[in-house]
Design a protein around this ligand. Structure first.
Ligand SMILES: [Mg+2]
Length: 161
């Protein structure tokens, strides 16, 4: 279900340092070195987004235009709009500390456009995206075992047993 009161808006959640919480003096894990982790709202789900976009498209009789190839090209166009926002900024720090609220909102709009087209493309290709993500993450974990690739940006083909 969608919430409309904004109570479940995105928020930044403080993550306590494991060692500090445990008070055991254990060395901090890599995750606990990050003092803050941004989290998403739990709604809308990917299925909610699929349904909202399907309703939007149906109401406008736009399914005739929203075929897989068209949706792919539309999504790539929106990725270009995201890239445009970063184009002349040089390196950008996590959290975008130097961006204005207007720039952040533009980015939110363009990222949303990308996601909406991605979800509709998956629907029109009959890919159950949430389940596909689970399968792909499992494959990624096999391809990049944490014990083997810790702190390295090498491609999986460069690793030796
Ligand atoms: Mg756009």
């Amino acid at each position: 279900m969608m919430t409309t009161n904004g109570k479940d808006a995105c928020r930044v959640k403080e993550e306590a340092h494991t060692a500090a919480v445990n008070g055991d003096g254990a060395e901090a894990s890599p995750q606990s070195k990050r003092p803050q982790r941004f989290t998403f709202s739990s709604e809308p789900s990917i299925e909610d987004i699929r349904r909202m976009q399907a309703d939007f498209t149906d109401e406008r009789d736009w399914n005739q235009f929203h075929q897989p190839r068209n949706l792919l090209l539309a999504m790539v166009g929106e990725v270009g709009e995201v890239a445009e926002l970063f184009q002349w900024k040089g390196e950008v720090a996590e959290g975008l500390p130097d961006w204005t609220e207007t720039e952040r909102e533009q980015l939110a709009h363009e990222l949303s456009d990308v996601l909406i087209y991605l979800v509709e493309l998956a629907e029109k290709c009959r890919v159950d995206l949430p389940q596909a993500v689970l399968r792909k993450m499992a494959l990624n974990r096999l391809k990049y075992p944490a014990s083997k690739v810790q702190g390295s940006a090498k491609k999986y083909t460069e690793y030796k047993d």
